[in-house]
Design a protein around this ligand. Structure first.
Ligand SMILES: Nc1nc2c(ncn2[C@@H]2O[C@H](COP(=O)(O)OP(=O)(O)OP(=O)(O)O)[C@@H](O)[C@H]2O)c(=O)[nH]1
Ligand SMILES: [Mg+2]
Length: 462
């Protein structure tokens, strides 16, 4: 396993050539990790740099036979993916650049075990929703490397079509992971079946999750195979019913496109009709390609935004929650201590009353020492008992909180309090600094990419 230190160095080497902004950004991630180590939210071998994709990542999702693989092949300029009119793809294919002229296909395990890819430890995630399936990660994922200029410095993912009956939890989990990690998500629909029935599942699972996504602009909704509307010359109707179906799922505004693949398209006899279809296709296709080619810019923003969000979450949610839970544990421990003290005094009083046990200074001293030792034992036992109990409650839903509770429930913190000690105040001020610096880094990116006139065409590529 790659340790954080090694990972920072690798990331810096790889990314600083691309854009010097990344050097600082990686250092900020390092600082964020440090705060998390001190709070116990991360274990020493973990790092937030492995929870995001440093590569720009584009994913292609959608209904089956919509033409996803055909589109992907066209984009990379090679036939990497099989296509056909029945459900073809049964796994997610992660594609990246490789210098071998002969492409290489590697099993899903290659992705699961490699911290440079955004699927590191995906088997654990799959196991959470579908116990046991994680070990069969090869059934769900594969990695293909190919020598395609378009893929340089990018990750492109082709996915299996959504099928009404056979959607496994594992596939759904991987899909939402992909949507989460991607800088650009292309959701393909099939113009041959634009009505709600045929894409019910896709609508429910993809549209619903992407609408809810905080960064909705990264999702492109693509009606593919619009050449097929030539048969009845009803492009507008088909697009209309498609958008109505999307609106029914709550998607009113969004990035909508209509395209087809020229090699796979049917022959259109009518010239004016062909021109109209091709006009729509060419302009929409060009807009999609522009977003795909510029995905490096979106990635730069995403990486910084994730840092800011993470720091905010830590400061505004995790620290207060942790503080509250630890206070609670501390209160319980003090009640135990108080009860023990009362019991000891009663026992001591009874012994004195019955046997006059504490009639000398030495006896009194021994008695007091025994009492203090007993109280300390009670304090330790109660502390670890209540901390373990509390940690267990958070283990499944918030493992980082659970770990932090155990990390912080040391006897001296339980004795002297948390809110009073400086640790959380200093953590909070470090996080505040990171948040401000993150915002500055975003401005720095704006300076690089945004031209004052606001026109997109003048922006630089990362
Ligand atoms: N008419 C027409 N046919 C297309 C177009 N794009 C793809 N096809 C055909 O549609 C069929 C399905 O294409 P694929 O690319 O395999 O679709 P997919 O979405 O990858 O399908 P799964 O991987 O099975 O989910 C193939 O026979 C393609 O030749 C298009 O724009 N127009
Ligand atoms: Mg396919």
């Amino acid at each position: 396993m790659m340790m954080p230190q090694e990972r920072y160095v690798k990331l810096k080497q790889y990314l600083s050539e691309e854009n010097p902004v990344f050097l600082e950004v990686i250092e900020k991630y390092q600082a964020l990790d440090k705060v998390a180590y001190s709070l116990g939210l991360l274990s020493p071998e973990e790092t937030y740099t492995s929870q995001i994709s440093w590569w720009p990542m584009i994913s292609v999702l959608g209904t089956f036979s919509a033409g996803k693989s055909t589109f992907v092949n066209d984009y990379v300029g090679q036939v990497v993916q099989q296509t056909g009119n029945q459900a073809i793809d049964d796994k997610f294919t992660v594609m990246c650049y490789g210098s071998n002229t002969e492409g290489v296909t590697l099993p899903g395990l290659a992705l699961d075990a490699d911290p440079r890819f955004p699927f590191y430890n995906i088997s654990d995630e799959v196991n959470k929703v579908d116990p046991g399936e994680g070990s069969r990660v090869n059934l769900y994922l594969q990695l293909k490397t190919l020598k395609s200029k378009r893929l340089k410095g990018k990750i492109l993912i082709d996915s299996p079509g959504f099928d009404a009956d056979s959607q496994r939890d594992a596939i759904l989990r991987i899909t939402s992971h992909i949507v989460e990690m991607s800088d650009l998500v292309l959701i393909f629909f099939d113009a041959r079946h634009p009505e709600p029935g045929a894409m019910r599942d896709t609508l429910e699972h993809l549209v619903a999750t992407t609408i809810a996504h905080k960064d909705a602009n990264k999702v492109l909704y693509i009606l593919n195979q619009i050449d097929t509307t030539a048969k009845e010359d009803n492009l507008e109707d088909v697009i209309g019913s498609w958008q109505r179906a999307l609106a029914q799922e709550g998607l009113i505004s969004g990035n909508f496109f209509g395209i087809y693949n020229e090699d796979a398209a049917i022959t259109v006899e009518d010239d004016t009709l062909l021109k109209r279809l091709k006009g729509k296709r060419d302009s929409d296709h060009a807009r999609i390609l522009e977003r795909m080619d510029n995905v490096g810019i979106e990635r730069a923003y995403r990486i910084i935004k994730t840092l800011v969000d993470r720091a905010k979450e830590m400061k505004e949610e995790q620290i207060p929650l942790l503080q509250e839970r630890l206070q609670q544990i501390r209160r319980r421990v003090w009640w135990c201590n108080a009860t023990a003290l009362v019991l000891l005094l009663l026992i001591g009083g009874a012994l004195e009353w019955q046997f006059h046990l504490f009639n000398s200074d030495i006896a009194l001293g021994i008695g007091a020492t025994v009492a203090v030792i007993l109280l300390f034992v009670v304090h330790l036992k109660a502390g670890s008992f209540f901390a373990a109990k509390e940690a267990k409650q958070w283990r499944d839903n918030a493992p980082d909180i659970s770990r932090a509770i155990m990390h912080n429930a040391s006897w001296w913190r339980l004795l002297f309090g948390f809110s009073k000690t400086g640790w959380n105040r200093s953590a909070k001020s470090k996080l505040e600094k990171l948040i401000t610096q993150g915002r500055e880094a975003i401005q720095q990116l704006n300076d690089q990419f945004v031209s004052p006139s606001g026109s997109q065409g003048e922006s630089k590529k990362v």
